[in-house]
Design a protein around this ligand. Structure first.
Ligand SMILES: CC(C)(COP(=O)(O)OP(=O)(O)OC[C@H]1O[C@@H](n2cnc3c(N)ncnc32)[C@H](O)[C@@H]1OP(=O)(O)O)[C@@H](O)C(=O)NCCC(=O)NCCS
Length: 148
């Protein structure tokens, strides 16, 4: 059974290796993760397998009173297609709502069809394109979902 819990400082080394695997074009460093995880306006959830290994993660920035920004969502290839990303998205969205967020926003690489399909299935709408958002030549699609 897959379990979910809040991420903590001890998870950082695993999250850094997970990022290298899932986001080779823009992985976060340990210090970036340390700063993000300790911030009160940010929240990270990890998914665990039966052996309590981290197999997925999602994070959100929700300052409250405005749109929350999804920072990351990813699941290791062996565990995809089981609804884990959908569950992680539900948990971070719940937290963002508790912070008083009025919408969810995210940036996704325009060729990331699996992720775009996930977000569309959750009611996210395509807003616009940000050129070079993930680096030179790597454009992002901005998506948004109203929470009000
Ligand atoms: C995108 C990603 C997070 C999906 O994770 P997942 O746990 O496999 O997704 P789920 O099983 O929760 O799927 C939920 C929905 O997403 C969509 N989806 C997921 N994988 C898909 C695929 N390969 N093809 C088409 N749609 C897909 C479907 O709508 C699916 O709903 P359904 O199962 O009812 O059809 C995963 O592929 C991943 O980690 N990719 C690499 C990291 C990444 O790109 N993250 C997004 C950054 S913005």
């Amino acid at each position: 059974m897959i379990r979910y819990r809040d991420a903590n400082e001890l998870d950082i080394p695993v999250l850094v290796s997970l990022d290298k695997l899932l986001f080779p074009y823009s992985p976060w460093s340990s210090s970036q993760y340390r700063e993000e995880i300790s911030s009160p306006t940010r929240h990270f959830i990890v998914a665990l397998d039966d052996a309590k290994n981290i197999i997925g993660c999602a994070g959100v920035f929700a300052p409250g009173g405005t749109a929350a920004d999804i920072l990351t969502v990813g699941v290791i290839p062996e565990h995809r297609g089981q609804g884990i990303a959908r569950a992680l998205m539900a948990l971070i969205t719940e937290w963002a709502k508790m912070q008083g967020s009025n919408a969810m926003m995210l940036e996704v690489k325009i060729d990331n069809l699996e992720a775009i399909s996930l977000y569309e299935s959750l009611g996210y709408l395509k807003l616009n394109i940000r050129k070079d958002y993930f680096g030179s030549g790597l454009d992002a699609l901005v998506m948004r979902k109203d929470l009000t």
